[in-house]
Ligand binder design. Sequence first.
Ligand SMILES: *Cc1c(COP(=O)(O)O)cnc(C)c1O
Length: 323
Amino acid sequence: MKKLSLANTPTRIEEIQLMDADLPARLFVKRDDMTGVAVTGNKIRKLEYLLQKALDDGATDVITRGAIQSNHTRATAMVCARLGIKCHVLLQGPRDADEEGNYFLDRLAGADIRIIDEDDGDPDEAMRVWKENLDREGATTMIIPMGGSDGLGCLGYVDCFDEILEQEEEMGVRFDTVVAVAGSGGMLSGLVYGNALSGAKKDIVGISVLHTEKELVDTIIPSLVDEMNKVSGKTVGNYDVTVIDDYVGLGYAKSRPEEMEFIWDFVSQTGIILDPVYTGKAMYGTFSELMDGHWKDKENILFIHSGGAFGWTKKQIEMLLRK
Ligand SMILES: *Cc1c(COP(=O)(O)O)cnc(C)c1O
């Protein structure tokens, strides 16, 4: 399937050392935070497919949505700026949020931003109405779902899985386990699909920062696998996945002091930036599972670093400094 070439891939795989911890397995990080600067993170792999489709369909405008500090809307706005597509983003408020981080970058990229609050109704419906209005005025508008997570977007992480298999050959290492953060579940589903198609038989582990294990395993992942079957023309029936929802903590984008403390230790010992919303929680989870002896059978663990550095808002920074 055709896709744009936008990301700096293959992304590096680096083994990390934590000086004050004796990890019971080797821990490697796949640096998908280095897919680009303005487009850092995992969303760009999905957007290579999604915006190829936008161009193929002659789209003049794109609408997408996310949280106020969405990495996905920022990456979409930046790519649209480059492609000459008008980008409209629907952000879930508060309306008086400070213009910083990803929200500021959405604006810098020239995106047309609308903010909605919780009581403003269904945001997907709002995107549909917005599209109708734009199309009535002569635009050809494509809606990209939250997180870029539909069957087409997820193919970006099937490719990432294949990339990992090639890198294993080059490096002479076999990763028995691949760990990814699960937000909307798209990145995880793509990796699961790639694992099933290739017969590589790795443990694919998703650490959730939003949904429950049940939601991901019973509903979200199966429906994304179905969608990938439709768009790829391939068939994955059975697949394996492990989802851990013990590290959602206080909830999406809410941090606990112990997470902040861990992030500080980690960054100061590795020089790799973790973000408070996604990778910080997932790396904290990975580290905890390892140190608590839950992953005794694992030898070589590959953690997908999915980006997120722009998510350090004033509030998050204050909390880190107070910790
Ligand atoms: C969006 C995002 C995720 C989660 O990816 P999903 O495909 O939505 O599960 C993880 N990490 C970062 C930094 C993200 O921006």
